[in-house]
Design a protein around this ligand. Structure first.
Ligand code: UD1
Ligand code: CA
Length: 449
């Protein structure tokens, strides 16, 4: 049966104390919204609709960055979760099957949990995701008998006895799309908050003789982000899980608690990750590669047998083929390093292609930016770039060519050639000794004064 998703993301998130809409705050390098969209994507939804409001432009841009095809509807005024779902109606026109409602600020719902909800739809017209709360606080309370759900009472509207219930509403709800839209269309707002509560669809459905049910999950999955403290808590929870998963998958983490993963980091079996390594978005590390201490990687690919760091930075577009060696204080951006390239120390390679087996000496810089445009440096196979070579792009160094240390290379170097672009050395015999004597005499004269 087809499934569609509605992701509620219109709220401002006042308690974040931020100019940024809440769902754009990041956990593991990705906006909260992407976490929710990723969880939902596991259901292969036919349609995804994001309900934006505060910061709608930025929120829709982020949503489209994750899923180009997703629909965006704008809820101009935040009149409640039920009102928010009702805004999705035009974007869901003609869609059949089930609809799952997720919150953009609740990043950790597992795909398995959503699947369990869809499965429970065989028994109930409306399925709500609940959890046993350690501290039920202001969550909505589920009035249920076993799996059968009678209704949801919001904290503000609950009696003392209802507030004592610890089975709480996560906010995730699932029903037939047409039924859900029909129900949210008939919601009232006669309640303590004066809002159109999505939670009221349970009671409305039951009045029509339909059944509602609860599926439960671990409280950790329902962690919602409302404050910066909860954002930090979410980050810690994500990292703890990602580290445990990496270890489980056969990755060595020397000091797991110091390694930070992004939502999409992929690390192969038998890779070794040293202490204090940070992965930004878009990194894949192949099996058996080693990332030494204090490296920062983003948008890059490290192949099998390669080693990086300590203290290296791989920026977007860094592509390291097998057995590449990148050493300390090296920065690589938008550059392809073919098999066996060695870049040992203190080097910047930006917008470059480096052929297999080439050695890049310490202090080499690709001068890729002229202040207006970026240019490419092309270095062939088995070339030798002497230490402190400045490669002023666009420039090409051929296969097997050599550049002298300290050269400023402004013109192409043919294959097999040596290029020297530096001042010729001059030697003055005995001059150093004379210079020192003069200087010492000067200092002695000054000290007498
Ligand atoms: C909601 C539930 C509550 C549940 C809790 C779980 C209702 C009425 N209450 O309460 O039972 O225990 O979540 O966290 O649904 N949003 C919109 N437009 C709106 C209102 C909200 O897009 O008009 C979005 C928010 O941005 C947020 C989500 O919906 O992502 C939840 O809204 P929020 O106001 O935080 O609901 P709660 O009062 O926490
Ligand atoms: Ca909330």
């Amino acid at each position: 049966m087809p499934v569609s998703l509605v992701i509620l993301a219109a709220g401002q998130g006042t308690r974040m104390n931020s100019d940024l809409p809440k769902v754009l705050h990041r956990v593991a390098g990705a906006p909260l919204l992407h976490h929710a969209m990723q969880a939902g994507a596991a259901l292969s939804p036919e349609r995804v609709v994001v309900v934006a409001g505060h910061g709608a432009e930025a929120v829709s841009k982020a949503a489209r960055a994750w899923d180009e095809a997703c629909g965006i509807v704008v809820q101009a005024e935040q009149l409640g979760t039920g009102h928010a779902v009702a805004q999705a109606a035009p974007a869901l026109a003609g869609v059949s099957g089930d609809c799952v409602v997720l919150y953009g600020d609740t990043p950790f719902i597992r795909p398995e949990t959503l699947e369990a909800m869809l499965e429970a739809r065989a028994r109930h017209a409306v399925v709500v995701l609940g959890f046993e709360a350690r501290d039920p606080g202001r969550y909505g309370r589920l009035i249920a008998q076993g799996e059968a759900l009678e209704r949801i009472v919001e904290f503000k509207d609950a009696t003392e006895a209802q507030r004592a219930i610890t089975l709480c509403n996560s906010g995730v709800i699932c029903a037939d799309t047409a039924l859900l839209l029909d129900l949210v269309g008939t919601l009232g707002n006669d309640n303590a908050a004066g809002e159109y509560y999505l939670t009221d669809v349970v009671e409305l459905a039951r009045r029509r003789g339909l059944s509602a049910g609860v599926v439960t999950c671990d409280e950790a999955e329902t962690l919602g982000v409302n404050t910066r403290a909860q954002l930090a808590e979410a980050e810690a929870a994500f990292q703890a899980r990602a580290r445990a998963e990496a270890l489980e998958n056969g990755v060595t983490l020397t000091a797991p608690e110091t390694v930070f993963f992004a939502l999409d980091t992929v690390v192969g079996r038998d890779a070794i990750i040293g202490p204090n390594v940070v992965f930004g978005p878009g990194v894949t590390i192949e099996s058996g590669a080693e990332i030494r201490a204090f490296c920062h990687l983003e948008g890059c690919h490290v192949s099998r047998g390669a080693d990086v760091g300590p203290f290296a930075r791989l920026r977007p577009g860094a592509e390291l083929a097998e057995d590449v060696h990148v050493g300390n204080f090296v920065e690589i951006k938008n550059a392809i390093l073919e098999e066996g390239v060695k870049v040992g120390h203190l080097t910047y390679l930006g917008d470059a292609d480096v052929g297999e087996g080439t050695n890049i000496g310490a202090g080499t810089v690709t001068c890729n930016y002229d202040g207006v445009m970026k240019h490419r440096t092309r270095i062939g196979k088995r070339a030798f770039i002497g230490s402190d070579t400045m490669l002023v792009a666009p420039v090409t160094v051929g296969d097997g060519a050599l550049t002298g240390s300290g050269s400023v290379i402004t013109a192409d170097v043919p294959a097999g050639a040596v290029a020297l672009g530096r001042a010729r050395q001059v030697v003055k015999p005995g001059l150093a000794q004379k210079l020192f004597e003069t200087l010492r005499a000067l200092k002695a004269a000054q000290n007498k004064d």
